[in-house]
Design a protein around this ligand. Structure first.
Ligand SMILES: *[C@@H]1O[C@H](CO)[C@@H](O)[C@H](O)[C@H]1NC(C)=O
Ligand SMILES: *[C@@H]1O[C@H](CO)[C@@H](O)[C@H](O)[C@H]1NC(C)=O
Ligand SMILES: *[C@@H]1O[C@H](CO)[C@@H](O)[C@H](O)[C@H]1NC(C)=O
Length: 331
């Protein structure tokens, strides 16, 4: 005997015959919300002198596009882009290839060119998914005289997909001989943005040069982000963020302030993304792009919104089939 939910007219009978289906739906909601939601990914990548020549190289841009498409927010460092053409070119390539991934539309927010000499200006560039996050505010850190070779460019992001709704990302790409001093001075930047936005949800990320020849164990005592235990270093000292097999240095780091932010991060999600291995690319394809790998971390997503969104995305046929299977089973 087959009874479909729609051909029962009394409310009583509807409820009893369709209860398995309702159960199944709530079960699916739970399942989807808990298990299959991937977090909100933040990435940081030193793209090593990314200039117009690199941005015009289809092969390189294609690889970079695959890296960026994994991320809700991707910070690129060492971008040489005096007139904005490099970011425009890259962004249009990323959006052009979007149909291969999840059809997200990407946007960017960039600092001005930063650096000691006129001929050596680099930008911090955040590329982000417009569907999952937006820029609430931005702030270029500046002191006279400058205390960083490339002063941090803080951006406050806002997302309804994450447990933490608003957070501040502070990039830094240090000057190697000054790495220890510059990393220590990030504490001043922390104080500045905390005051500006009345928030301690701050994440520092970038190529700190926090390893090998540029920072050792005794240097750590001079760095407030180490001595103040409210900071958590998510990429540890033993991680290798370099591409070369001859080096093993944890140059690229991600650091967060405070318990509230730490709790909003997926445990053990912070890691190096070895896209050569993951995407099965030739060594040269990786090293032509940069001598660094990207590092990344995931923020926990707010399950309710995601389960609803995913349920809508899930194939209705699949739900229908499993529902009818269960209804049959119970009848
Ligand atoms: C700053 O934020 C805290 C909560 O995090 C709030 O209690 C306080 O009123 C805020 N201060 C200002 C000046 O907005
Ligand atoms: C650590 O590096 C500093 C320079 O940054 C150097 O003066 C010091 O001797 C080094 N310490 C060790 C234990 O290698
Ligand atoms: C660490 O955070 C707590 C809570 O916000 C604060 O009371 C304390 O002063 C902080 N410690 C340091 C060393 O800044």
């Amino acid at each position: 005997m087959t009874v479909s939910c729609s051909d029962v007219n009394s409310a009583m009978r509807w409820r009893s015959s369709c209860r398995p289906l309702l159960l199944l739906l709530s079960f699916l909601t739970l399942l989807v919300g808990r298990e299959t939601v991937s977090g909100f990914r933040i990435c940081s990548y030193n793209v090593d002198n990314f200039n117009l020549a690199k941005a015009s190289n289809y092969r390189l841009v294609h690889t970079l596009t695959r890296v960026v498409h994994r991320c809700d927010i991707c910070l690129l460092q060492d971008v040489v882009d005096p007139d904005g053409k490099v970011v425009r070119t890259l962004l249009s390539a990323i959006n052009r290839e979007s149909h291969r991934y999840d059809n997200y539309v990407y946007q960017s927010v960039s600092s001005k060119g930063l650096g000691k000499s006129v001929g050596d200006k680099k930008k911090y560039v955040f590329i982000y998914r417009t569907e999952t996050v937006n820029v609430a505010d931005q702030h270029q850190y500046e002191t006279k005289p400058p205390t960083f070779a490339r002063e941090p460019f803080a951006v406050q992001f806002e997302s309804r997909m994450t447990v933490i709704k608003k957070f501040i990302l502070v990039p830094v790409h240090t000057d190697p001989p000054q790495a220890v001093q510059e990393i220590d001075r990030l504490y001043n930047v922390f104080e500045k943005v905390r005051e500006k936005w009345n928030s301690t949800n701050v994440m520092f990320l970038g190529d700190f040069h926090a390893a090998c020849a540029h920072m050792n164990r005794s240097d750590k005592k001079k760095i407030r982000m180490f001595t103040n235990t409210n900071f958590t270093w998510l990429i540890g000292d033993k991680v290798d963020t370099t591409v070369s097999e001859d080096t093993s240095c944890a140059y690229d780091r991600i650091v967060v302030y405070g318990k509230p932010f730490l709790k909003a991060i997926s445990p053990t999600s912070a890691k190096v993304y070895d896209f050569g291995k993951e995407l099965k690319l030739k060594k040269s394809k990786v090293s032509d792009l940069s001598d660094h790998f990207p590092v990344e971390v995931e923020l926990k997503s707010s399950a309710l919104i995601n389960s609803a969104a995913l349920l809508l995305q899930a194939t209705p046929l699949l739900i229908l089939l499993s529902a009818s299977a269960i209804v049959h089973f119970f009848l």
